[in-house]
Design a protein around this ligand. Structure first.
Ligand code: AMP
Ligand code: GLY
Length: 425
């Protein structure tokens, strides 16, 4: 079958890479794709947020299946429009995508469904937000309610920092409209993990566990980013915890959405924190995580095209996923200055040598200029390795990165450290 993938980041590169290696798939088309994705798909220059352009493309290409990668298109209702014209679509309708599109909606639904999460209040008035922050004290977490590419969460160590963040968001300076409502949350301490599920109506199929590294700097310091690296599986997620996440988080939230008339078809991403008081849900996303998708696709052995088509057509019941037992780890290389300001257009050399050293380089914010690859966004590359242990996968990725020739690139040096500590070698 022909599959159309929407998006052009590292997640979509991993999806196209895996789809190309699926027996059920004869052709992968990607909009807009990127210079790495051209290895695995035919890229068509239609933006991932250009809903009209994507509809025209789908009508022209007539794919058997459309896989929507990024959240913005989902929140804007691309899946609704495609389904209305009879396409098989992997990705939720707009009503279900609100779970990610509005943190205030998501927290209210969690509350209603009895899903464990941090205590919170939603505010639009800066003075009321400040009063709450002063009453609760620091550390405290301030979140822009709308979409902010993973950057709209401030974990504030002081009251002043939290008040400043809330005022910046509510004034519209920080994240535009996305900050016109803020969610203020109790700070949770613990280890985080990403638990993703393939969902098709009432059928909820867990994917392998993974762990992202959201902070910019080693030792989880610095500002939050969209993700600086990830690995799978996450040893902190035991089979018992996986069952608990399914039972107490995934099932009730999908049921609560359904009760509101929003059926879910696509990936449910639960960001969870293992706290001293049990499991808590940090957030829901309605798509594969980026960069979690890269190690997950690297380990998945099932035919991705077949599985996603089954989900899109509500035949997921009875499907089982097969995984490589080995550990996969992805180090994200970003442009110096990300997540705020960075220069674009710098030449990136050595990519072939990084891959020749035994890794796969998933492209994100890259562009091709005069036949060379340059950086064109904040998160640029995902260097991904597979090995028997996380420690070995980590060494493989970092040794390969020695071959990268890009002065303006930056990456964390400790991706996977928690698992490596657990492996204890
Ligand atoms: P979110 O987009 O809501 O998952 O938040 C992004 C990141 O901020 C999470 O991955 C956590 O690292 C951190 N975070 C979010 N909420 C909390 C919280 N209540 N307590 C501590 N850290 C949090
Ligand atoms: N890796 C975090 C996210 O995809 O939102």
């Amino acid at each position: 079958m022909k599959v159309l993938v929407v998006g052009g980041g590292g997640r979509e590169h991993a999806l196209c890479w895996k789809l190309k290696r699926s027996a059920s798939v004869t052709e992968v088309v990607c909009a807009p794709g990127n210079p790495g994705i051209v290895q695995d798909a035919r890229c068509v220059n239609v933006g991932a947020e250009d809903i009209d352009g994507l509809m025209t493309l789908a009508r022209d290409e007539k794919p058997r299946l459309v896989v929507i990668g990024p959240e913005v298109a989902l929140v804007k209702g691309l899946a609704n429009q495609l389904r209305a014209e009879g396409f098989a679509v992997y990705g939720p309708d707009a009503a279900a995508a609100e779970l990610e599109g509005s943190k205030s909606f998501s927290k209210d639904l969690m509350h209603e469904a009895g899903v464990p999460t941090a205590k919170f209040e939603t505010h639009t008035d800066p003075d009321k937000a400040e009063a709450l922050i002063r009453a609760w004290g620091a550390p405290i977490v301030v979140k822009a309610s709308g979409l902010a590419a993973g950057k709209g969460v401030i974990v504030a160590q002081s009251i002043e920092e939290a008040v400043g963040a809330a005022r910046d968001m509510l004034s519209g300076n920080a994240f535009g409209d996305a900050g016109s409502q803020v969610v203020i949350e109790e700070f949770l301490a613990g280890e985080e993990a990403s638990c993703l599920f393939l969902v098709s109506g009432d059928t909820i199929l867990p994917l392998a566990s993974s762990q992202d590294h959201k902070a910019l700097l080693d030792d989880d310091l610095g500002p939050n980013t969209g993700g600086m690296g990830a690995y799978s599986p996450a040893p902190c997620i035991s089979p018992a915890i996986e069952q608990e996440v399914l039972k107490s988080i995934a099932r009730p939230i999908i049921a609560a959405l359904k009760a509101r008339g929003a059926e879910f078809i696509g990936t449910l991403y639960a960001g969870i924190m293992l706290t001293a008081n049990g499991l808590k849900t940090l957030e829901f996303n309605v798509r594969f995580g980026d960069p979690e998708c890269q190690p997950l696709m690297y380990r998945l052995q099932s035919d991705l095209g077949e599985v996603l088509l089954a989900a899109a057509e509500k035949r997921l019941d009875g499907v089982e996923l097969e995984w490589d037992e080995r550990k996969a780890l992805c180090v994200v290389v970003v442009s110096d200055g990300y997540p705020t300001d960075f220069e674009k257009g710098q030449v990136i050399g050595g990519l072939d040598a990084v891959e020749a050293a035994g890794t796969t380089v998933f492209h994100a914010g890259t562009a091709e200029q005069d036949g060379v690859i340059v950086n064109n966004g904040g998160r640029v590359l995902g260097v991904t390795a597979l090995a028997d242990t996380v420690a070995e996968a980590q060494s493989l990725a970092y040794d390969a990165l020695e071959n990268l020739n890009w002065q303006g690139g930056f990456y964390r040096k400790d991706i996977g450290y928690r698992a490596v500590q657990r492996e204890g070698v």
